[in-house]
Design a binder for this molecule. Structure first.
Ligand code: SF4
Length: 348
C-alpha cells in the first residue's frame, strides 16, 4: 500500500474504494499507525477542525420486543438476557432525562424506544410532546429512534420540530439474515429513505463484530456510503449474556481503529460517532478514536449497557484540544439543503 498525505485531495473528493478498504483492514499495527492513521486524522481535521459532538440517548421504553435482533437483550425471544422492561416514560420524565443530558455536556439528545416501531398513537403523542418541550426548555438538538416508521408518524415528529431521525441498518445486506429474521434489511433502508425524503437529518449506522467477515464489513460501509446518511453511529458488539451473540468477541482494539479509519477515508466529510461497545472493544485505544477519524462520540449510558463517564469523555476531548459543538454543523452550513436528490440507493 502506497498511501501518503499527497493523496489527500483525491481521497477528499472521492473517498477510497473497496479494494483499498480491504488492504487497510489487513494492515499490521505498525503500518496502520504509520500510513493510515495520519491520513484519517488529517481528513477529520479538514472536515471538522477542532470540533467534536457528543450525543446522548435515553431508553424511553425498554424490553419486551417481539423482534429477534441477535445482538439485543431487549428482545423477548431471549428470555435469559437480563434487561430492564418498562413502558414508555412520561413526557415529564423524558424532559428530565434531556435536561440531565444537557447538564453532562450532551449536544444532541435522542429518544429511543424498544420495539419494531410506533404502533400506539398514545405513545407517539407522548414523544411529540416531549420533543416540543425539549426544544422549548433546552438547547439540545432533538432526535428519536423509534424503529420502522410510517410517513404520517414521522410528519408529526417533524411538525414538533425534531431535526434528526436515527435508524440503523445494523450490518451488510448479505449478513443481515444472520442477525435478524423478523424483519428485513430492505425494511430498515425504507425507513431511512423515508426520513431522508422528509428532510430529517438522518443518522444511520450499525454494529461491527457480530460474526460478519471482513468482506461483509466493507460491504456494510459502502452500503452506508450509498445510503448517504448525514451521520454514522458506529457500534462495536458488546455481547450480551443470554443473546445468540453472547459468545462473540471478534474485534481487537486495532480492528476497531482500522474500521473507524476506513469509514473516514471512504466518507471523508461524514459525521462519525463512536457509540456502544467502545469501552470493551477499543480498550487501551479508546483515546485514539479522534485520531482514527471519529468526529464525535456517544456519552452517558447506552441502551442496555453503561458507557465511560461523560466527565472522562469531556476531559479527553479537552486534553486533545477539541471544542464540543452540536452535530451536523457541516450539513446545516450548506446552502443547498435539498438532500432528497442525494438519495440514490441501488439496493433494490
Ligand atoms: S434492536 Fe430494537 S427491534 Fe431489535 S430486538 Fe432490540 S428493541 Fe427490538
Amino acid at each position: 500500500m502506497n498511501f501518503d498525505l499527497d493523496q489527500i485531495e483525491d481521497i477528499k473528493k472521492n473517498g477510497i474504494d473497496t479494494e483499498t478498504a480491504r488492504e487497510i483492514l489487513d494492515l499490521d499495527e505498525v503500518h496502520y499507525f504509520e500510513k493510515i492513521m495520519p491520513l484519517a486524522k488529517q481528513l477529520r481535521h479538514e472536515a471538522f477542525g477542532n470540533e467534536v459532538s457528543f450525543c446522548t440517548i435515553t431508553n424511553a421504553k425498554s424490553g419486551a420486543c417481539i423482534e429477534d435482533c441477535g445482538f439485543c437483550a431487549q428482545s423477548a425471544n431471549y428470555k435469559q438476557a437480563p434487561s430492564p422492561v418498562y413502558p414508555l416514560m412520561s413526557t415529564e420524565k423524558i424532559l428530565e432525562k434531556a435536561k440531565e443530558a444537557e447538564s453532562i455536556g450532551g449536544t444532541e439528545f435522542s429518544i429511543v424506544t424498544s420495539g419494531r416501531g410506533m404502533n400506539k398513537q398514545r405513545e407517539l403523542d407522548t414523544i411529540v410532546d416531549a420533543i416540543t418541550q425539549i426544544r422549548q426548555q433546552t438547547d439540545l438538538e432533538t432526535c428519536a429512534s423509534l424503529g420502522l416508521m410510517q410517513r404520517e408518524d414521522l410528519q408529526k415528529l417533524k411538525d414538533a420540530g425534531m431535526i434528526h431521525y436515527h435508524h440503523n441498518i445494523e450490518t451488510a445486506r448479505s449478513y443481515f439474515p444472520n442477525v435478524v429474521t423478523s424483519h428485513s434489511w430492505e425494511e430498515e433502508v425504507e425507513t431511512v429513505k423515508l426520513a431522508k425524503e422528509m428532510g430529517f437529518e438522518v443518522c444511520c449506522g450499525g454494529i461491527m463484530g457480530m460474526g460478519e467477515n471482513k468482506d461483509q464489513r466493507i460491504e456494510f460501509i459502502f452500503q452506508l456510503k450509498e445510503i448517504d446518511p448525514d451521520s454514522i453511529p458506529l457500534n462495536f458488539l458488546n455481547p450480551r449474556p443470554g443473546t445468540p451473540m453472547a459468545h462473540l468477541h471478534d474485534l481487537t482494539p486495532l480492528d476497531c481503529l482500522k474500521l473507524i479509519s476506513v469509514i473516514r477515508l471512504a466518507m471523508p466529510e461524514k459525521e462519525l460517532f463512536i457509540c456502544g461497545g467502545k469501552e470493551v472493544n477499543l480498550q487501551h485505544y479508546q483515546d485514539k478514536i479522534y485520531d482514527a477519524g471519529a468526529s464525535g462520540a456517544m456519552i452517558g449510558n447506552y441502551l442496555t449497557t453503561q458507557g465511560r463517564s461523560p466527565q472522562q469523555e469531556l476531559a479527553l476531548a479537552e486534553k486533545l484540544g477539541f471544542k464540543p459543538v452540536g452535530p451536523h454543523r457541516k450539513v446545516r452550513s450548506k446552502e443547498d439543503k435539498s438532500k432528497e436528490d442525494k438519495f440514490k440507493v441501488s439496493y433494490a
